[in-house]
Design a protein around this ligand. Structure first.
Ligand SMILES: NC(=O)C1=CN([C@@H]2O[C@H](COP(=O)(O)OP(=O)(O)OC[C@H]3O[C@@H](n4cnc5c(N)ncnc54)[C@H](OP(=O)(O)O)[C@@H]3O)[C@@H](O)[C@H]2O)C=CC1
Ligand SMILES: O=C(O)CCC(=O)C(=O)O
Length: 459
């Protein structure tokens, strides 16, 4: 049997996990087991499910430092960010522990005549979840916890690069057998999950996301996909440039830019360009690529050798086309997959850095004559997940936010960072289907049915 092997990106000789890979048959068996377990899970009722989710939160909190160390080692997440992710993970379990008690339907008057109309929301059965490596605990959680809260069983296919985190998370959650099953595996396992689950939720790259959507919608089952972002930050001339530079450095270099919400295009309006270029280059220089286990590190390694090669290759072709490096631009002088946080200007039109997500600590700086031109540049992409606007004028910033194609817009803050109790998703090609997180997730994992009640004796 083949194995799924995950390696430490800061020390590529360090094998973190090696587990048997599930193929089609193993995934089908996991789905069958989940279908069986779902009946008992639903029968537990709201109080039983709430208690179980609350216990999962407590177990994660109790094991927080162990999970932090695992995330640092397996996906190279800087320790400060890993602590934030683990705390967020526990908080999401706790938040959804209340969800079994949320209203599960509505009461309406019939359009005509006596009686009662009810809507009731019911779980689909088995939720198939496919997740990436970059938030190895929080993303599996923000899919699994709402799906479970409303009564589904879950089969989770985690990223092969984050398999140890997913397995430990499920173990700590401690749910009844079959209710939350992790199937380590590659594309074959993912396909088998789409072929057998009753509802599918995916987060990952745009190409894979589109094939997941095609597979699930071909079977006529509900599907949502969160995919890549090519996120813009707009800096207006009246912005606090020092503050904007600090936020942008965080959004570009934090976790080596490996967040779907990271900033990859910085658009400076008018006179903001020169001071911003200088301040941002300096701020990025102050967040060098470093050991993710060190407390002060902001930018750790990228996930692997191919990712690093893709990034350095893009920098090389941009430079050959006339781009100038304002910060970084090269591998860090240390073992592992490290790129210094990089800022480029004069990137030639049509270069892939302006059209594709690269998922690394790298951004391009673009000038815009005025706000209209900046908005046109920002909106010139299908990967419209998040954005940020930097201005001292709240009116101007809110008006700009209204005209930005993006699902999540942050004003005077980094484009990265989300609140788990609000809807999460992008615009245009960045997302497909219903929003994740918050109450939106409870609707996604349930189907509404309408029940009409006619009083006895009426016909
Ligand atoms: N919009 C959002 O909310 C977010 C988007 N992302 C995006 O995720 C990407 C990084 O994550 P990454 O893990 O590399 O993304 P991938 O798309 O490569 O993988 C995502 C998941 O899909 C699985 N997979 C791969 N091929 C198939 C297939 N043919 N059928 C079914 N499943 C498959 C992967 O398994 P395996 O690992 O075994 O290949 C993994 O579990 C970035 O593009 C980033 O923007 C990340 C986080 C949030
Ligand atoms: O910005 C964040 O904190 C979350 C980003 C995210 O969800 C992701 O990259 O997967």
């Amino acid at each position: 049997m083949s194995t799924i092997d995950s390696y430490n990106p800061a020390d590529p000789d360090d094998l973190v996990a090696s587990v048997p890979a599930a193929g089609t048959a193993e995934v089908a068996a996991a789905i069958a087991g989940a279908r069986e377990a779902q009946r008992g899970w639903w029968a537990l009722g709201a109080a039983g499910r709430s208690l179980a989710l609350g216990r999962a939160a407590a177990a994660i909190e109790a094991a927080a430092e162990e999970l932090v160390a695992l995330a640092v080692r397996e996906v190279g997440k800087p320790v400060a960010e890993a602590r934030g992710e683990v705390a967020r993970t526990a908080a999401i379990w706790r938040y959804y522990a209340q969800a079994p008690f949320a209203p599960a339907g509505e009461v309406h008057e019939p359009a005509a005549g006596p009686g009662l109309l009810l809507t009731r929301r019911r779980p689909y059965g088995v939720a198939g979840l496919i997740t990436p490596w970059n938030f190895p605990l929080a993303i599996p959680t923000w899919k699994a916890a709402p799906a479970l809260a409303v009564g589904n069983a879950v089969v989770l296919k985690p990223s092969s690069e984050a398999v140890a985190c997913a397995l430990r998370l499920a173990e700590l959650a401690g749910l009844p057998e079959g209710v939350l099953t992790v199937v380590p595996g590659g594309a074959e396992a993912g396909t088998a999950l789409i072929d057998g689950a009753d509802v599918v939720s995916f987060t990952g790259s745009t190409g894979v996301g589109r094939s997941v959507v095609a597979g699930a919608s071909g079977r006529g089952i509900p599907v949502q996909a969160e995919m890549g972002g090519l996120n813009a930050a707009l800096v207006l001339p009246d912005a606090d440039i020092a503050q904007a530079a600090a936020h942008l450095a965080n959004a570009i270099a934090g976790y080596a830019g490996q967040k779907c919400t990271a900033t990859s295009r910085v658009i400076a309006v008018g006179d903001a360009y020169e001071p911003l270029a200088e301040a941002l280059a300096k701020a990025l220089g102050q967040t060098p690529a470093a050991d993710p286990a060190a407390p002060a590190t902001v930018c750790g390694p990228v996930i692997g050798g191919p990712a690093l090669e893709r990034l350095t290759g893009a920098i090389d072709t941009a430079r050959a086309g006339g781009a100038t490096v304002l910060a970084g631009g090269a591998r860090a002088d240390r073992a592992g997959w490290f790129l210094e946080p990089t800022l480029l200007e004069n990137v030639p039109a049509g270069h892939p850095l302006l059209t594709e997500e690269f998922f690394g600590p790298l951004a391009v700086l673009l000038p815009a004559a005025d706000l209209d031109a900046a908005l046109a540049l920002a909106n010139d992409t299908r990967h419209s997940l998040s954005a940020s606007v930097h201005s001292r004028s709240l009116d101007v910033a809110l008006a700009a936010a209204d005209r930005l194609d993006a699902g999540m817009i942050r004003i005077n803050a980094p484009s990265s960072g989300v609140d788990f109790h609000l809807p999460f998703g992008g615009a245009k090609g960045a997302s497909y289907g219903a929003r994740e997180q918050g109450r939106a997730a409870l609707d996604f994992y349930t189907a509404a049915r309408t029940v009409s009640v006619l009083p006895a004796g009426e016909c």
